[in-house]
Design a protein around this ligand. Structure first.
Ligand code: ACO
Length: 449
């Protein structure tokens, strides 16, 4: 199989949202802390009738329907998620309901979990399968689904919720340059979920930021080495059209790209050879790695130098993460979906670099080539099907009090049994799956609007 990659995408996020500006007021935070300090505009959240299973059922159904894919044509289905509903039964097994109806139970794959990286692991598994001897000629399907919720405190505004489905196969408009991958994996306690009675993570915010940026640097170094080995010339930021980052909040994405610009400067790579950059970044060249992560002056100077390149190569990827929030496993792919939404067919012929990060930690930088493809898998059709603008616009804004109230209810219900939900599907689109009941044996039941 040639040009294996993503043939089609769809995204789903809950219609309930809260404005970050309103949350600032409610939380008594200083004005601009969430909107400028974190760079976030709005946050989607699940009401009591939605969860990671309902969102994934919805997005898989809409993808199959909108691209007219016969469910029998799916041969592998992989899910990435870090939202634990069951310690044994996979989310993938719930999704089998869609395929059993059509008599297709011959579908490999289960769930992958490591914080926000599970979706990338699932994606690599599917791409590798299509490229392998065990491929049976059918499509792979990857689902990233998460609801990011935090305990009261500074991390709470960095929540969000969404599910993304990606169809995998040959001759894709979004094809993998599989030789170009750099990873970094290590053991740290920056963000983890050891308390099985709670949906909330234990998070060391500052440490997680530093771990993210260190992982980015290491992945970039490994990526550049592989590129040079493979292409016979050094890599610089000018060798790709766009850069897409896992996006817990937008400020970290700004810092990340600035870090890559600084790295290019240190390596004397071509994108930052201009004199202004040299003058501004020169004073920081002698810092040790450790010092460089702590230097506020470097952070400021490199963000300033990176600004024009950021506007060109990163800004078009930021829409959904800023509007919906951190979607954990779906976050990177929602950023990528934003790029397709904004640039669609003008992306043909362009290389796009993605950086995936999951706390704990696991991270990979990898490369995609965007190409022309036949209907229904053209980039412009993908943008049309995802209909991001309409989905964002038709959300309902809730006051912070209602958001907090919902979180309280979900805290109470998490891990629980023997309850019926409000069954209130009034805000949901037709075709959306929603949770109706968890019975005395913890079995979950869903209906479709
Ligand atoms: N106007 C403008 N900016 C402001 C204002 C204001 N009124 N007040 C604060 N800020 C800025 C700060 O200067 C800071 O910006 P900087 O980093 O450029 O200096 C930013 O807002 C954040 O404020 P802090 O006080 O530094 O941090 P806070 O205590 O609010 O915590 C954090 C932020 C650590 C991101 C927290 O939300 C968190 O723990 N989130 C979850 C962890 C996370 O997302 N980690 C990322 C990788 S791992 C993952 O994906 C889960």
């Amino acid at each position: 199989a040639k040009n294996v990659g993503i043939l089609a995408l769809d995204i789903y996020f809950p219609p309930n949202c809260v404005q970050q500006e309103a949350l600032e007021v409610h939380d008594g935070a200083s004005k601009g802390k969430y909107t400028i300090g974190l760079g976030q505009d709005c946050m989607s959240f699940c009401s009591d009738v939605e969860d990671v299973i309902s969102m994934s059922l919805t997005v898989v159904s809409t993808l199959l329907e909108k691209y007219e894919i016969d469910p029998k044509q799916i041969g592998r289905l992989e899910v990435g998620s870090e939202t634990v509903i069951d310690k044994s039964k996979s989310i993938k097994s719930f999704l089998m309901q869609i395929f059993e109806k059509y008599g297709n139970t011959d579908i490999e794959g289960v769930d992958s979990t490591n914080a926000c990286y599970g979706g990338t692991a699932a994606l690599f598994n599917c791409v590798n399968w299509v490229e392998s001897n065990s491929w049976d000629g059918r499509y792979g399907l990857v689902v990233c689904t998460d609801s990011a919720v935090y305990a009261e405190g500074p991390a709470r505004p960095t929540g969000g919720a969404a599910a993304i489905a990606m169809l995998i196969g040959p001759d894709a408009p979004i094809s993998f340059e599989s030789k170009l991958r750099g990873s970094h994996m290590a053991h740290v306690y920056d963000f983890y979920k050891p308390d099985l009675a709670s949906e909330y993570p234990v998070v060391d915010g500052k440490l997680s930021q530093t771990c993210y940026l260190m992982a980015l640097d290491t992945c970039y170094k490994n990526f550049c080495q592989k590129y040079e080995k493979h292409e016979g010339k050094p890599f610089s930021l000018s060798d790709a059209g766009y850069y897409v980052f896992h996006s817990p909040y937008n400020k970290l994405v700004q810092k990340s790209f600035a870090r890559l610009v600084f790295s290019d400067f240190l390596r004397n790579a071509s994108s930052s050879t201009d004199e202004v950059a040299k003058e501004k970044l020169g004073p920081f060249a002698a810092l040790s790695d450790e010092e460089s992560y702590q230097s506020r002056d470097l952070e400021k100077a490199s963000q300033q130098v990176a600004k024009p390149l950021f506007d060109e190569k990163v800004q078009p990827t930021t829409l959904i993460p800023k509007q919906v929030g951190n979607m954990y496993t779906a976050s990177l792919y929602a950023a990528f979906a934003s790029l397709i939404h904004n640039k669609n067919s003008s992306l043909e012929g362009k290389r796009v670099i993605l950086f995936s990060y999951g706390s704990g930690l696991t991270s990979t930088m990898f490369s995609l080539q965007l190409r022309e493809a036949k209907h229904p898998f053209s980039l412009s059709n993908i943008a049309r099907v995802m209909d991001v603008a309409e989905k964002l616009k038709s959300r309902q804004e809730f006051p912070p009090e209602k958001f907090i109230e919902t979180l309280k209810l979900m805290e109470h219900r998490y891990g629980g049994k023997d309850y019926v939900t409000s069954k209130d599907s009034s805000l949901l689109y037709p075709g959306t799956f929603y949770l109706t009941e968890v019975d005395t044996k913890y079995r979950r039941f869903y209906a479709t609007k």
